[in-house]
Write a protein that binds this ligand. Structure first.
Ligand code: GTP
Length: 327
C-alpha cells in the first residue's frame, strides 16, 4: 500500500529561520518528491524566490496575505491543484507537501481549514522554528509565538550560533512539553531532524484567540528612479534607527542602478544581513516588505519623509491581518 502524503505546516515567527531551514533541507536527498507552498504576508514573494533559486521543485505561492486569516480557501484550492496536476502528469503522489506559513500565521485556523481535504488522507504535522536569540522577547509581545509553539509536533531552535539554547528551550517546554525539541547547531543535522517524522505528530489544540494581528502593519517600500545606491543604503540605515524595536522584519530586493542582478536584503528586527546577489533571478522587481509593530504607513512616512521612497500599506481588504494605523 502507498504511504499517504504528509502535509507539513512549517510555522515560526517573523525571521525565525523557516526559509533557511527549508532551503537547507531541500538540498538533501531526504527531500525528494516534495512540493512546497509558500505564504508571504507582504506583496513581494521573497521566500518563494529564495526557495526557487536554481531549483526545479513543484512550488505554489500564496502571497499578499496571511494564510491563517484570509487565504484558507486559496490553500485548499492550491493543495488540490498540486495533487491533481501530479496525478495528471502520471507521477507517483508527493511524499510530502510543505506549507511555509507567513511569520504571523497561527497554525490552528490553517489546520481547521484543511478539513475539506480529509478525503485525500493527508498526514498532517506542524514544525515550528524558534529563534533562540529572540523568542523570549517576541513571546512576551506576540501571541502568535505561543500559538506557533503550542501547535507544533516538532520545535526547531534556530540561531544557536548567536545565542545559547537554554531560554528558548525552556520557553518551548513551558508552552508545549509534548513537542520534540530539535537543538542542533549543525544546520544539515538540524534540517534533517526537523523534517524527520516525529514520534509525536499531529497538532495540539490551539490557544483560543482572534485570528487578526492588530499591532502589526505590513508595508511596502519602493525607491523612485531618482534614488541612487547610496540613497537606498541610507534609507535602510535610517529605517532601522527610526523604528528601533518597532521594526520586526524587512525583506525584499534592491537593485543598484544600472545593475541586472538584484540583491536580497533582509533584516530581522533592526539587524540587517549582508545583501545577497540573486543572479539566477534577474527579473525580480525591486521593493521591500517592511513589517512593523505599532507603526503604520503614515507614521513611517511622517517620521522619515523622503521624496525618493514610496511607502504603502499592504492592500487592506479583505485581509484582516494588517490593520495599518489610520492617518
Ligand atoms: N546566524 C544565523 N542566522 C540565521 C539562522 N537561520 C536563519 N538566519 C538568518 O535570519 C534571517 C531570516 O531567516 P529566514 O529563513 O528568512 O526566516 P523566516 O522565518 O523564513 O522569515 P519570514 O518568512 O520573514 O518570517 C536571514 O538573514 C537568515 O540568513 C541561523 O541559524 N543562524
Amino acid at each position: 500500500m502507498m504511504d499517504s502524503t504528509e502535509f507539513i505546516l512549517l510555522a515560526g515567527f517573523l525571521g525565525s529561520g523557516k526559509t533557511s531551514l527549508l532551503v537547507d533541507w531541500l538540498g538533501l536527498p531526504d527531500a525528494a518528491n516534495t512540493a512546497v507552498i509558500v505564504n508571504e504576508a507582504g506583496e513581494i514573494d521573497v521566500d518563494g524566490a529564495i526557495v526557487a533559486e536554481g531549483g526545479t521543485l513543484p512550488m505554489a505561492m500564496l502571497a499578499n496575505g496571511c494564510v491563517c486569516c484570509s487565504m484558507t480557501s486559496d490553500l485548499v484550492f492550491t493543495v488540490r491543484a498540486l495533487i491533481e496536476e501530479r496525478a495528471r502528469a502520471g507521477h507517483p503522489p508527493f511524499a510530502r507537501i510543505v506549507l511555509e506559513c507567513s511569520g504571523l500565521s497561527r497554525p490552528g485556523p490553517i489546520l481547521r481549514s484543511l478539513l475539506p481535504l480529509a478525503p485525500l488522507g493527508l498526514t498532517v504535522r506542524v514544525v515550528s522554528t524558534c529563534d533562540a536569540s529572540q523568542a523570549v522577547q517576541h513571546a512576551a509581545y506576540f501571541e502568535e509565538v505561543s500559538a506557533q509553539l503550542a501547535a507544533a509536533g516538532t520545535i526547531v531552535l534556530t540561531k544557536l550560533d548567536l545565542s545559547s539554547a537554554e531560554a528558548a528551550a525552556a520557553l518551548a517546554a513551558s508552552i508545549n512539553p509534548l513537542a520534540t525539541c530539535v537543538v542542533e547547531t549543525d544546520r544539515t543535522t538540524r534540517a534533517r531532524s526537523a523534517f524527520r517524522p516525529a514520534a509525536v505528530s499531529g497538532a495540539m489544540p490551539e490557544i483560543a484567540g482572534s485570528t487578526a494581528h492588530p499591532r502589526v502593519a505590513v508595508l511596502r517600500a519602493t525607491f523612485t528612479d531618482a534614488a541612487s545606491w547610496e540613497d537606498r543604503l541610507d534609507w535602510m540605515e535610517d529605517l532601522a534607527a527610526f523604528c528601533g524595536d518597532r521594526l520586526l522584519r524587512v525583506k525584499g530586493f534592491v537593485r543598484p542602478p544600472g545593475s541586472t542582478v538584484p540583491l536580497l536584503v533582509q533584516a530581522v528586527g533592526s539587524l540587517f544581513a549582508p545583501p545577497l546577489p540573486m543572479p539566477g533571478s534577474p527579473d525580480l522587481p525591486e521593493g521591500l516588505v517592511v513589517i512593523t509593530r505599532d507603526l503604520g504607513a503614515a507614521a513611517l512616512r511622517g517620521g522619515m519623509p523622503s521624496p525618493l521612497v514610496r511607502i504603502a500599506a499592504m492592500r487592506e481588504s479583505p485581509l484582516t491581518c494588517a490593520p495599518v494605523a489610520a492617518t
